[in-house]
Design a binder for this molecule. Structure first.
Ligand SMILES: Cc1ncc(COP(=O)(O)O)c(C=O)c1O
Length: 348
């Protein structure tokens, strides 16, 4: 049976979180000399001399409406990379506990685990990049506290079968994190719609991809209010800066434009999916629900360097087990994609 109190590290359950100046003051006032700010002003303008809202209330309230969850079910991080790190630290004791990941997948689960001295157990995805569920269930040990599932998966681009994720959610007493950084480019519904069913489910999303705000660093984790309360307890107090909070809030009003941008990217992705296999150095384009394509080519290193020579940077994933001979290519603008196709055509 899943029990968040049992799962969270004892030191975190027992510790007192940092209490900020604005946490300790409730009510109205006109003179704020409680936080050692610069009350004369800010060289950056715009009230940036003040610390930002540590609870990001306005942003969470807006996001709750857009995502169909309660504000209490939202954690905001300095990118979803911060959420990955905090989730890991919440439940994994250094030198004792483990995470399970499913490569080829996003690299930060492993980096965070190594940083925190957490053991990394791995189960390789199948040849069609799906989860071998029986194998995963066999690999879950008493020390396994968290399973990271990336869907749509980076760098393969495919969505993971929901039945496989559900089987792991049902069988596992630890946290199951579904990283949906690319969900806005996919057809399948988000796992946020199933948070009520699974107390051990954490869904991560980000404004870095479809929303086009990678530079602002705003990642989201959705889970039960109990899990979110613990994440808030251990986050750096002011992890989302004021400029990000303001700019993200303004951008969230433009969901109509988001739709058009996503449609354009998906359309370009489909054009590339059809055009690339016609080139002689391309062996296979894997189906993608994301804003990038995994492409198997005849000579990955050669083509990678050739493209670099033409001023085009793609990601060489050919040394990753399961992605041998593959480049990962983000969908660019129409012009950039034409330039890419032209360059590959002229290779050798
Ligand atoms: C699967 C996946 N998760 C998370 C991230 C990180 O997102 P953020 O920019 O919110 O830290 C990325 C970025 O490439 C990603 O591919």
């Amino acid at each position: 049976m899943f029990n968040i109190e049992k799962l969270v590290r004892q030191n975190i359950r027992q510790m007192k979180p940092y209490s900020s100046a604005r946490d300790e003051f409730k009510g109205t006032a006109t003179v704020f000399i409680d936080a050692n700010e610069n009350n004369i002003g800010s060289l950056a303008g715009n009230n940036y001399n003040r610390y930002p809202d540590p609870h990001q209330k306005k942003l969470k309230s807006r996001l709750a409406k857009i995502k169909g969850v309660e504000p209490e079910q939202i954690f905001l991080g300095n990118g979803s990379d911060e959420a990955i790190d905090l989730l890991l630290r919440l439940v994994c004791r250094p030198g004792q506990d483990a995470l399970l990941q499913l490569p080829p997948t996003y690299g930060m689960y492993e980096v965070s685990a190594n940083l925190n001295e957490v053991r990394i157990d791995t189960v390789q995805l199948t040849a069609d990049f799906q989860i071998p569920v029986e194998e995963v269930l066999r690999q879950l040990k008493p020390e396994t506290k968290i399973v990271f599932i990336c869907s749509p998966n980076n760098p393969t681009g495919n969505s993971i079968n929901p039945e496989s994720i559900e089987a792991i959610l049902d069988a596992f007493d630890g946290l199951v994190v579904v990283d949906e950084a690319y969900i806005d480019f996919a057809h399948n519904p988000s796992w946020t719609t199933r948070l009520q069913e699974f107390p051990n489910l954490v869904v991560m999303q980000t404004l870095s991809k479809a929303w086009g705000m990678a530079g602002l660093r705003l990642g989201m984790a959705f889970a039960s209010a109990e899990i979110i309360t613990y994440l808030d307890k251990i986050k750096p107090p002011y992890n989302i800066n004021e400029a990000t909070q303001e700019l993200a809030l303004a951008a969230l009003e433009k969901s109509e434009e988001l739709k058009f941008m996503v449609e354009e990217i998906v359309q370009e992705r489909e054009l590339l999916t059809h055009a690339l296999p016609r080139l002689k150095s391309v062996l296979k384009v894997y189906p993608s629900d994301a804003n990038f394509l995994l492409v198997k080519v005849t000579d990955a290193n050669g083509l990678y360097n050739y493209l670099l020579g033409n001023g085009i940077v793609v990601r060489n994933r050919s040394s990753l087990k399961g992605c041998e001979g593959c480049l990962r290519i983000s969908v660019g603008t129409l012009e950039e994609n034409q330039q890419l196709l032209q360059s590959i055509e002229e290779f050798r």
